[in-house]
Write a protein that binds this ligand. Structure first.
Ligand SMILES: [Zn+2]
Length: 341
């Protein structure tokens, strides 16, 4: 009886081994030599290598390869006990697709630095006393000094990239003028640009202090899906596909924002508070068609922080922190087509 049970177990085991096995996504990533990124809030996953990227959304069984090729992805399975699995057939398809190399490496070809306000718009105002005198501090000056330092660091590190300041002096610009400049730049499909807006904060609570980085869920839609790939796809799926493409900008904006926040933390963390990442839809770069972040460097309404923000050495450190974050993002992007864990 025991022996019979043993045979049965062995038989079941052999059967299991013969069945096509679903592979956990970590194993798929290893097989492809790819990095895996999962955005739980958006239920979107990505596998990326230097040459290719596969974006998938298990809840709608759809995936996009290299932002242009639609791959029905019934093969992506969310197991009820937890974890993402890929069917053997899908793994085989991805192995073939990822095996082809692309002569164009992804590159960040332009960086736009946008010091907020300027000219007749001073931005937030603060005050502190220095050797008995009351000193006024203006947001437009804080962000310009920091932007100029950031510009020179980026220019030295990336002489081949376009580094653009929306203003390099005390000048008034309309909001559209800031983003128009960015949207005018023409890019090849493998090229990207990033937009970094600099601001300083104000609050009625004079104790509020610290830096924070905002990212934007973008509205921009890229028209990259080949209609031929859409044959047989139901029409109501197209908006979902568009959303998936938009996710790319959001994910990249989040990664950029995180890197900048870390950079600021390293440089300014001992002086003031890290207020974290924030998400908003209203800020200046809402028309910018690219990964975009807005940095609030600190509060001019906090007397102690106002004193720091008026110190050129402190602003250099802030510029260094932002630079470290931006270059970390660029290096990752150019190594892995834009995504990292
Ligand atoms: Zn501002």
């Amino acid at each position: 009886m025991v022996r019979k049970l043993g045979f049965l177990l062995l038989f079941a085991l052999v059967l299991l081994l013969l069945l096509p096995a679903d592979a956990p996504v970590s194993e798929v990533a290893d097989t492809l030599g790819a990095r895996f990124f999962w955005e739980p809030g958006r239920q979107t996953g990505m596998l990326s290598t230097r040459d290719h990227v596969f974006v998938f959304k298990p809840d709608v069984s759809l995936g996009i390869f290299d932002y242009e090729r639609l791959i029905p992805s019934e093969g992506v399975l969310l197991k009820p006990e937890g974890g993402i699995f890929f069917s053997e057939a899908l793994v085989a398809q991805l192995v073939a697709l990822f095996g082809k190399t692309d002569p164009h490496k992804p590159v960040v070809s332009a960086i736009i630095i946008d010091p907020g306000h300027g000219g007749r718009d001073p931005g937030a105002l603060g005050r502190f006393t220095s050797s008995g005198e009351s000193v006024v501090i203006m947001e437009k000056d804080v962000v310009l000094a920091t932007a100029l330092h950031l510009y020179s660091l980026l220019k030295a590190r990336y002489p081949e990239k376009e580094i653009i300041l929306t203003r390099s002096e005390d000048l008034y610009l309309k909001l559209e003028e800031r983003t128009e400049l960015a949207n005018r730049i023409k890019l090849e499909p493998h090229e990207a640009m990033i937009f970094v807006s600099l601001h300083a904060n104000a609050s009625f609570n004079t104790k509020a202090s610290g830096y924070e980085v905002w990212f934007l869920p973008p509205e921009y839609r890229r028209d990259v899906i080949d209609p031929e790939d859409l044959e047989g796809v139901e029409k109501d799926v197209i908006p979902i596909l568009n959303t998936m493409l938009e996710e790319e900008y959001t994910v990249e904006s989040i990664i950029l924002a995180k890197a900048i926040l870390e950079g600021l933390d390293e440089q300014l963390g001992e002086h003031t508070d890290n207020r974290g990442l924030k998400e908003e839809t209203w800020f200046v770069v809402r028309d910018a068609r690219m990964p975009s972040v807005l940095i609030e460097m600190g509060f001019v309404t906090n007397e102690e922080e106002a004193r720091l923000l008026s110190d050129p050495e402190y602003l250099k450190k802030a510029g260094r922190g932002i630079y470290n974050g931006v270059s970390e993002f660029i290096d990752t992007f150019e190594r892995t087509s834009g995504f990292t864990e």
